[in-house]
Design a protein around this ligand. Structure first.
Ligand SMILES: [Zn+2]
Length: 402
């Protein structure tokens, strides 16, 4: 953070990442990456949804690091991004779909997978899939990870699923899949999580922490897998999140606008290039994105072997004690995030340095007093803003058009 030491490369000069030592190194380089976009290329149109490349996001290193750690280690409990509108929260979340490896997806409406049969027997899938399985046909195919966004007006029934009035017979058929089961192996993004009803937020957080959930409707019940990376975002000016709910998110990042003028200018340029031709813009970052995805995959595979030495754990516990945090989730998130951070650096052991990096995002806003303070700060910020506007743009200037 702070002022840039080196000046920006001249415009149009390629400075793409071609090889990388570790995911961390790449993340550090990422903000400085400048891609050349061929402006002459024809616009692909709006039909295709091409996310803004993660590596083209300027600054916001805390947010980027938190999102990456949550991709590496689903056990850390997801991420909550807290900040005003227009700070790139949604853009960053949507860009993550390009960073995850493909995963197996069911070909069937009921979401049956081969592993359901392997773990729960032939009755764990619908009759059609049971037949297919018997004949050695695939029940799933490899597909790109998707971003499942929870609509703000979703009901609890939409979220967990409910009775399908059209279906009869086989138990699995009588329940409709909910958004949570469609989020399995994907990213679940809950924007404006502070405006959702508590029951729904609880259902989402339960499913996320257990990796599965059961729906019961009368005599019928079904259990669905729900292994997903949960990402929430909220604008605290629009309403608070109950401290108990806030506590259930693993990492929390307070996202602010870019502070440095050059960064803001660069972010503006990139956003403009992307809007002019999103396909060309994305293509310019594709080689670096591919490398990044491979690093993420390697780090995910490394994670199970990353150990937390006792003396490092003791330091972490001391820190939590010093901050007077009661929640057990504090150490779970702190240690799981530290393990992910070590894996990203291709190490087998967590060090105190890993703790230092992840502690702010793992431990911030775990006490309700801080949350109240944060909301209070927001209103004082509004005053500061009004003062600055009044100073720089005095009201008595002649009005041309507004
Ligand atoms: Zn099926």
């Amino acid at each position: 953070m702070g002022e840039k030491e080196t000046s920006l490369p001249p415009q149009g000069e390629p400075e793409l990442i071609t090889k990388v030592g570790s995911l961390q190194e790449l993340l550090e380089k990422a903000s400085g990456v400048r891609a050349v976009v061929d402006q002459g290329m024809e616009d692909a149109g709006l039909a295709e949804n091409i996310p803004f490349p993660f590596l083209a996001l300027v600054g916001q290193n805390q947010m980027k690091l938190a999102l990456l750690l949550s991709l590496l280690n689903p056990n850390l409990g997801g991420v909550l991004l807290i900040g005003p509108r227009g700070t790139g929260k949604s853009t960053a979340v949507r860009s993550l779909v390009d960073l995850l490896p493909e995963s197996r997806r069911s070909l069937c409406y009921y979401g049956c997978l081969e592993e359901d049969v392997e773990s729960g027997g032939i009755d764990a899938v619908c009759p059609d899939c049971a037949k297919k399985y018997g004949q050695g046909e695939p029940l799933s195919k490899l597909e790109k990870v998707r971003l499942v966004e929870l609509p703000l007006n979703a009901t609890l029934e939409d979220v967990v699923g409910g009775v399908d009035p059209r279906a009869q017979g086989h138990a699995r058929l009588r329940l409709k899949r909910g958004i949570l089961s469609r989020a399995d192996r994907n990213l679940l993004y809950v924007d404006e999580v502070n405006l959702l009803n508590d029951q729904i937020v609880d259902a989402i957080l339960d499913a996320a922490s257990q990796g599965q959930y059961t729906v019961r409707r009368g005599a019928v019940s079904a259990t669905y897998r729900s292994h997903f990376t949960l990402i929430g975002s909220m604008n605290p000016e629009e309403g608070n999140l109950r401290p108990q709910i806030m506590d259930r998110f693993g990492l929390r990042v307070v996202v602010k606008g870019l502070e440095n003028k050059e960064d803001r200018m660069e972010a503006y340029r990139r956003t403009r290039s992307y809007k002019e031709n999103n396909r060309a813009f994305s293509a310019a970052y594709a080689p670096a994105t591919r490398l990044f995805r491979e690093e993420i995959q390697a780090s995910r595979e490394k994670l199970p072997s990353v150990k937390l030495p006792e003396e490092v754990a003791a330091t972490g516990l001391e820190l939590i004690q010093k901050l007077e945090l009661d929640s057990l989730r504090a150490e779970i998130t702190l240690f799981e995030a530290a393990r992910a951070h070590a894996a990203a650096d291709a190490r087998d052991q967590v060090t105190a340095d890993d703790l230092r990096v992840v502690a702010p995002m793992a431990l911030r806003l775990r006490r309700s007093t801080y949350i109240d303070q944060y909301i209070a700060d927001q209103s004082s910020e509004t005053e500061t803003l009004e003062d600055a506007v009044n100073e720089l743009i005095p009201l008595d200037e002649p009005e041309e058009d507004v």
